[in-house]
Every structure is written in structure tokens, then in C-alpha cells.
Design a protein around this ligand. Structure first.
Ligand code: NAP
Length: 462
């Protein structure tokens, strides 16, 4: 459905049964014997062809994201661009990992180390980057020689189906992957638990990620390996605004990070932690800037914010706004916005204490909690007071504070004097600490290794 106009149907999909889910894993297992031995250069060429096709169909994919995921055009464009970057980057990374790796040569031996694929992977993406994250996890697995079962998010299966079509067009054999739409709660457990599943690449909420991790750790009858879990999960990301920060830049950074794509990014700023010397001025400026943001159907370029993804999401976020309004002082927003879509006003709540629910829990909507800090040390303490550790930012002109933040702000992706969203493939390898995940660093030089295993071969030659 189109979350801007819920009566509009975007795609009609099937729901896989348990029987189909099992069959998908079995079939991937069968074909792995072939696909796992294909020439890596051929797989690289196919991936580059996929990048080329994505570029060719960029506006169509933009449109699917606008109509199915409620992204505005600039947000959709960023999602598709990131998907293209993942393809280009992982293709070149595969060239680095194919062939023999450098080893010390023992006298009288020929010593080598090669990377091999793992086997059958289950790919489970979220709806908020329904193209980029799906493409990143899927192509990393395929180009390294694994076969996969792709279980798209139930909110955004159409974008995923279009990418599955594109993979075929790019030359990936139909048996190298299965496209398996279905409910995560109905088929997820059996995909994860299947004894022939070798790894799971998941991006989504903390609770589902932890469940997958737990189920995957339990060995099933007939299982011959320890399953690998690559899980990237939620965030409760903070931006620290220091007393000598450039306040206008800080306000721009906080507002863009908090309300871009309606705050539905794992990297979104949901906590602004502001030095008491500039607190009132900051709040005043954030209020003014936030009140200028336009909310409405995402296909209309006049709107900065579109809808949240679903009615359930809207209800959950409104509940949090209710809770937050008692925990702190509402500054602006605070409810649904007009229209038949799932619109919510960008909401700012000030004077939030660190034990408040809206300070600790991921809301995943356009809600910003603002908290006062006594000084930079206190701000850092507050920022780290979280079970998550995904992104964070600091606005400061104090070199000593920046140095402290580099060392002690405990997040996987730290940004200095810029917003905390908008990671670029290659430049900002992405992944979180603590309950934010396994720190897999998507779009970085370590990522493909998660889909490979190394074999060392020593041959006596003299
Ligand atoms: P979600 O509810 O956890 O769902 C993610 C995926 O898991 C969906 O495909 C879902 O399928 C599937 N799923 C649900 N239950 C399952 C089960 N028991 N076994 C296997 N799979 C199951 O998360 P979401 O609402 O789609 O996404 C938002 C969350 O993702 C937020 O917490 C956000 O912070 C996080 N996120 C993290 C990153 C990162 O890089 N760290 C990036 C983006 C998003 P159904 O749709 O069918 O339920």
C-alpha cells in the first residue's frame, strides 16, 4: 500500500508457507554446489551489470520507493544511489578477495590462502531502506559465491520484487536466489533454524535480531556448522551540541537528522544533548526550523516529510509522543498531521531526563528529545547512556572536546560537525556497537569477509 494514500494498492504479493520456505532453502543448498565454484570474475561482471541496470532504471526505482515506502524524491534518490554504490563497491571488493591471498612461503612448500563462500544465506532486510539494504546484503552474499533466500519486508515487497527481476536481467541464474515474500513471524524462524542454512544477514529491529541470533545458535539435527549471524539493529542516536558550537550549523544538522524520512532511519537523531549555555537559544532555533517543515504526500515535491510507514507505526509513535509529553516539555508538533496518509507532525520535546522512555527507547518516527547537559563531559556521559551505539555526532569548535569524542563517544559511526545520517558507501563503513548490532560495517573493506571463509593450502614441493 501507499502510506501517503492507504487506499492505493502498489503491489500484490504471495505469502510463502513453511513448506515453500523449506523448499527455498533446499533448492539454494542444491545449487550452491555449482554456484560456489563459478569464476568470481563472472559473478563480478554480473554485479556490475546489475549496477548498470539500476542506473538505467533509477527513476523507476525512485518512484517505487516514493509510492511504496513513503520516501520523498530526494530520500528515494539517496536510497537508489546507495544501492548502486553497494553493487559497484562489492564488485571491486570481490576482485580483491578472489585468487590467492599473500602468505609467507615456508622453505620447500607452496603456501596459499583462498577465500571460499559459506553456503546458503537468508537475507532479511527492513522496510526503511527497502532497496539499498536489500541490495547490499544480497549482492555481498551472491558475489562471494553464496546462494540466498531473500525474505523482503512485508511493508515493501514490490521494490524488492523489482530488484529480483533486475538480478535475473543482469544474468544471475534463477537458482542462485529465491525471492520469498512472506510474514517474518510465520516463516522467519524456520528459515533461520533450517539445518542447511549457513548464515543469516539481517537488518531490522533489536528484538527480531536478538531472536534470530538466539535461534541460529541452537544446533539442529543434521546441521554441520556453526551458523553465522550478521545482524544490524536499532539505534537511539545522539547529537551533542557544545557551548562553542556553530549553533546554526548544529540546528541544521539536528533537524535534518531527526526528521529526514520522518525519523525512520536507524541513524536518525532522536536525542539532542545540548550544553546549558546554549540550550535556550538552541531550542528556540530548532522550534522555528522544525515548524517550517512541510508534511504531506511524499510524491509532492513541496513536502519535506511524507508519511510514516503504516497505521501501526503511526499509532506506536503517537503513543510515544503521549508518554514523552509527560516525561518532558512539548516544544512543537505533538500529534498527527492532516491528510488521509499516515502523517505525523515533526515533534520536539525538551527537558527530557536520561531515565525517560523517550530518551532510552527507539521510537522510529519524527520525535526528538532534547536534554540539557552541564558541560561537555556530562554531555558525553548522557550520549553514552544507551543500550544502543549506532551513530552519533558532535558539534563543537573545541579541539580538546573533539579529541575526547573521537575516543569516548561509543558508537560505530561518529560524525564531527555534521549530521549523523547519510553514510556513504566506501567513505563511512556502517554498523553499530552494543545492541545496535554486530558492527558488520556495510560498505567497508571488512564486509565481504563476513560472507567468506578462508582455506589455507600448503603443498610440499621439495
Ligand atoms: P523488523 O520488524 O525487525 O523487521 C525486519 C525484517 O525482519 C523484516 O523483513 C521482517 O519481516 C523480518 N522478521 C520479522 N520477524 C521475524 C522473525 N521472527 N524471523 C525472521 N525475520 C523476521 O524491523 P523493521 O521495522 O522492518 O525495520 C526497522 C528497524 O530496523 C529499526 O529498529 C531500525 O533501527 C532498524 N534498522 C537498522 C539498520 C542498521 O544498519 N543498523 C538499518 C535500517 C534499519 P516482516 O516484515 O514480514 O515482519
Amino acid at each position: 500500500m501507499n502510506p501517503s494514500h492507504p487506499s492505493e494498492v502498489v503491489g500484490i504479493h504471495q505469502k510463502a508457507t513453511l513448506e515453500l520456505a523449506n523448499r527455498a532453502v533446499e533448492s539454494a543448498y542444491e545449487y550452491f554446489r555449482e554456484w560456489g565454484y563459478t569464476n568470481p570474475n563472472d559473478r563480478v561482471r554480473k554485479l556490475l551489470a546489475a549496477a548498470h541496470l539500476l542506473r538505467e532504471h533509477k527513476f523507476e526505482f525512485d518512484a517505487w520507493l516514493v509510492y511504496e515506502a513513503g520516501k520523498t524524491w530526494p530520500e528515494a534518490e539517496a536510497d537508489v544511489s546507495e544501492a548502486i554504490d553497494f553493487c559497484e563497491y562489492y564488485a571491486r571488493e570481490m576482485l580483491r578477495f578472489s585468487g590467492s591471498q599473500p602468505t609467507v612461503q615456508m622453505p620447500g612448500e607452496r603456501d596459499e590462502m583462498q577465500y571460499l563462500p559459506l553456503g546458503v544465506g537468508i537475507i532479511i532486510p527492513p522496510w526503511n531502506f527497502p532497496l539499498a539494504i536489500l541490495v547490499g546484503m544480497t549482492t555481498a552474499a551472491l558475489v562471494t559465491g553464496n546462494t540466498v533466500v531473500i525474505k523482503p519486508s512485508s511493508e515493501t515487497p514490490t521494490v524488492a520484487a523489482k530488484f529480483a527481476e533486475l538480478l535475473l536481467e543482469a544474468g544471475f541464474p534463477d537458482r542462485s536466489f529465491s525471492f520469498l515474500p512472506g510474514s517474518g513471524s510465520a516463516i522467519g524462524d524456520s528459515l533461520v533454524q533450517h539445518p542447511k542454512t549457513r548464515f543469516i544477514a539481517f537488518t531490522g529491529s533489536r528484538d527480531v535480531g536478538l531472536r534470530i541470533n538466539e535461534l541460529a545458535a541452537k544446533t539442529q539435527p543434521g546441521q554441520k556448522w556453526i551458523k553465522r549471524v550478521i545482524a544490524e539493529m536499532g539505534g537511539k542516536d545522539a547529537i551533542i551540541v557544545d557551548r562553542d558550537a556553530d549553533l546554526e550549523k548544529a540546528v541544521d544538522g539536528v533537524v535534518a537528522s531527526a526528521f529526514g524520512y520522518q525519523g525512520q532511519k536507524c541513524s536518525a537523531c532522536s536525542r539532542a544533548i545540548v550544553d546549558e549555555h546554549v540550550y535556550d537559544d538552541f531550542l528556540d532555533r530548532v522550534k522555528k526550523k522544525t515548524e517550517k517543515l512541510t508534511v504531506g504526500p511524499s510524491e509532492d515535491p513541496a513536502n519535506y516529510m511524507g508519511p510514516v510507514i503504516s497505521d501501526i507505526a503511526r499509532r506506536t509513535i503517537l503513543q510515544y509522543i503521549g508518554v514523552g509529553s509527560k516525561e518532558g516539555k512539548p516544544v512543537t508538533g505533538g500529534g498527527a498531521a492532516s491528510g488521509d496518509g499516515y502523517f505525523i507532525k515533526p515533534t520536539v520535546i525538551a527537558d527530557v531526563k536520561s531515565d525517560a522512555r523517550i530518551f532510552q527507547e527507539e521510537i522510529f518516527g519524527p520525535v526528538l528529545a532534547v536534554t540539557k547537559a552541564k558541560d561537555f563531559e556530562h554531555a558525553l556521559e548522557l550520549a553514552n547512556d544507551s543500550q544502543y551505539g549506532l551513530t552519533g555526532a558532535v558539534f563543537s569548535n573545541n579541539a580538546e572536546h573533539i579529541r575526547e569524542a573521537r575516543q569516548r563517544f561509543f558508537v560505530g559511526n561518529l560524525y564531527l560537525n555534521r549530521k549523523c545520517t547519510g553514510a556513504m558507501v566506501g567513505a563511512h563503513p556502517f554498523g553499530g556497537f552494543n545492541m545496535s548490532g554486530t558492527d558488520s560495517k556495510a560498505g567497508g573493506p571488512d564486509y565481504l569477509l563476513l560472507f567468506l571463509q578462508a582455506k589455507s593450502i600448503a603443498e610440499r614441493v621439495a
